[in-house]
Ligand binder design. Structure first.
Ligand code: UFG
Length: 342
């Protein structure tokens, strides 16, 4: 299944959740990888697991993505053809408390990468954006043309990143830039070797569910039971991390083969409520996750899910895994790694 054996990709944020799965997908398809991470969220143990899974070696650089000296060194040392830029801070609530850190990491990091790439020639870059740029969408499924009005600092930094790429594409038509708007990535590699390893209390639903299932936490708080949805809980478009990783490879392949820049949603097109996710998790894993409905979480949107048709049309990519797969794989990862990467 090698399709680009001589292509080398710089992956920033490579030791993180999305990064580790994307590096596996690249190595499995024969790409060379230069992995950059400062390990502020990602773990070096993830690299050992990636190597174990793929049997492939790759270059690892420990550096902050804003470190222009480190970036220049990478680009003068390795034959980098393209970059998948994932390094960023991503906690919505924290972004309001540490706005300068978010702007610096998320926008400063992107600028540093673009400057370094531009120095070496026209940019080939896949950018990790988020469905959070839509804010409160007027309707679902949400197409890429929907209004962009992010409600958090995190979302604003992602939108600013998108705008920087638009400006660069207009000024430098030889650049090839892909913006990927992720919906809700969950699950883990089916081996159980790599997965999501949040530090401290998880902010997101799936890692909270798996920790409650393991009795590391007492019960799950369901944030709001009175939304205007069929069961009263919020609806999201959960996408298996393996599908998300494959989406990065599809976007990269398109950039390498075709001129131009593009923005696509990466989602399944299917909405699942909080209650449905819990009951599916219980059913497929034979467990019982105790939960209690509490008040709404500030800033939550009642319902949204992707229109993923552009990604299918342009990249030939679509999500293949079911919510059952997501629950099974998330649980396998948690069971095998109760403390995350240790
Ligand atoms: N939820 C709970 N209890 C929890 C955690 C979450 O009920 O302990 C609920 C939330 O209220 C929401 C749903 O589960 O209704 C999903 O919440 P997540 O925090 O898992 O995900 P969000 O949709 O809030 O946000 C995620 C990412 C963002 C990203 C966004 C894009 O965290 O970074 O998806 O759609 F921007």
């Amino acid at each position: 299944m090698q399709d680009k054996p001589t292509t080398t990709v710089l992956v920033t944020g490579a030791a993180g959740y999305v990064g580790s799965h994307t590096v596996v997908a690249l190595l499995e398809r024969g790409y060379g990888v230069v992995a950059l991470d400062n390990h502020c969220n990602g773990s070096p143990v993830a690299y050992e697991r990636v190597q174990k899974l793929t049997g492939a070696s790759f270059v690892k650089v420990v550096a902050d993505v804003r470190d222009e000296v480190a970036l220049a060194h990478i680009l003068s040392t390795y034959p980098v053809d393209a970059c998948i830029h994932l390094a960023a801070l991503k906690a919505v609530a924290e972004s309001g408390q540490k706005p300068l850190d978010y702007w610096s990491n998320n926008v400063g990091g992107l600028l540093a990468v673009l400057r370094a790439l531009q120095h070496a020639g026209p940019c080939r870059l896949v950018f990790s954006s988020s469905a959070t740029v839509y804010g409160v969408p007027e309707f679902s499924p949400v197409p890429e043309a929907a209004a962009l009005r992010p409600a958090s600092v995190y979302g604003q930094t992602k939108l600013a990143g998108e705008q920087i790429l638009l400006a660069l594409a207009a000024q430098s038509p030889l650049s090839r830039l892909a913006t990927l708007r992720y919906f809700n990535p969950v699950g883990a590699h089916p081996s159980g070797l790599i997965g999501e390893a949040p530090h401290g209390t998880p902010n997101n639903l799936m890692p909270y569910i798996t920790q409650v299932a393991l009795r590391q936490r007492h019960e799950l708080s369901v944030f709001g039971g009175d939304y205007p949805t069929p069961d009263g809980t919020c609806i999201r478009d959960y996408i298996h991390i393996q599908d998300l990783a494959a989406g990065h490879v599809a976007a990269l392949r398109h950039l390498l083969d075709e001129p131009g820049s593009f923005t696509v949603n990466l989602g399944t097109g299917r909405g699942t409520s909080v209650r449905e996710l819990i009951s599916t998790f219980d059913r497929v894993n034979g467990v019982c996750v105790p939960s209690v409905v509490v008040g709404r979480r500030s800033g939550d949107v009642s319902e949204y899910f992707a229109d993923p048709s552009l990604a299918k049309e342009l990249l030939g990519w679509c999500a293949r895994h079911t919510v059952e797969d997501m629950c099974r794989d998330a649980w396998r990862w948690q069971l095998r790694n109760p403390e995350g990467y240790t």
